[in-house]
Design a protein around this ligand. Sequence first.
Ligand SMILES: [Zn+2]
Length: 462
Amino acid sequence: MALGCNDLPMRLTFTLLFAFGVFLSSGQQMNQDSAMVRQIYDEVLANAEAHDNLHYLCKEIGHRLSGSPQLENAIYWGKELLENYGADNVFLQPVMVPKWTRGEQETAHMHVGEEAERIRITALGGSIGTGGTIKAPVIEVKYLEDLDTLGREAVEGKIVLFNRPMDPLLINTGMAYGGAYDQRSYGASKAAEYGAVGALVRSLTHAVDTFPHTGAMRYQEDIPRIPAAGISTVDARKIKLALKEGKEVEVSMNMNCVAYDDVEQFNVIAEIKGSEFPDEYIVVGGHLDSWDIGEGAHDDGAGIVQSIEVLRTLKALNYTPKRTIRVVLFINEENGNNGGKTYAAVAKDQSDFHFAAIESDSGGFSPRGFSIEGDDEGYDSLKEWVGVLEPYGIHVARRGWSGVDIRPLKNDEVLLFGLVPDNQRYFDYHHSNNDIWENVNRRELHLGAASMASLVYFLDNL
Ligand SMILES: [Zn+2]
């Protein structure tokens, strides 16, 4: 039917009514969301226990490497805490994890002529020990490929110092970390390929200090295994300067690491049952394991206590979710990711439908927003929610990496989110003796938890 002139006002009215109607309902939704977000922030800022829980985790339990008795303690601590906060159901999920121990504190010296000076190193996770003290001349390289150029003649019998700094020009320090990480992960095998007897890797940090940073490394099959250690940026610089002056520099090092057979430990899973869609899961989590130096405060005690705080807050507000909310304390993120892989494999086996997952594993700093791995619709929703959270200092809604633990859940349907805090100082602490509770700010940590609880609320109502 063609529209006559007389139909126009009617159509206009309908259009206006329709538009007004939509405006009203989305406006009402916005008001409701804003009110709920305000309640979440009020509850967290007034009553959060995350920072106190982090104190217990860091000081009473301590660092928690996979396979250690401390991780075992942390698992039962997390379970009990989640039960006490009123989770409907808390259970342990068995995971096989590697067990590696550092042994007695490693020592190292730099020798120039008759002079010996102590340098600060830390065995990289998974490294073999030195079997007594080894001593050898040092050569410095920036890139793994430099070894191809130098060849066996220059490398054989030496200790190779991989000394490429994280790129200071990148604003996102995670990107800078990613750009330097190959030295730590693959340096030892690459050096061993040309006959090196040891590897030292410049700590992955922008800080110039005396804290050596550890982290995972992997040996390549069919290449002899040599000991590998992180070296503090101050000491890497000292060696570099001596070499630059044309001096012959030797390093002696002693490490006592041992690898054992895998052992069974557990992911901790707590649920608040959904009232409308109990078979649809929204996961919020971090990783309970840490390296065996420092206290694993930012990495990732922060993500753990924030995730637990999400549950505490929703229960305190008597919030009944439509979907089932799961808090997951993953294990073994640092040296295997078997916690995340096992969780996803079990979910797949049981055909559990995961609607969304959120991970906090970038430190307990002021939250700036979220990254998302998911479809366009999910991304558009995130941008809207970040708009609602703008008064709370949240402004980042970007596509990008979510988190190591939740990543194995990735498929075409699930929405994966990573909490994005300010990350300028994260690598000052990461994987070092400097990652301690004192360096986590109470308010920043709690703001992060509130932003995560808000995201859970938005997802639950999507
Ligand atoms: Zn981490």
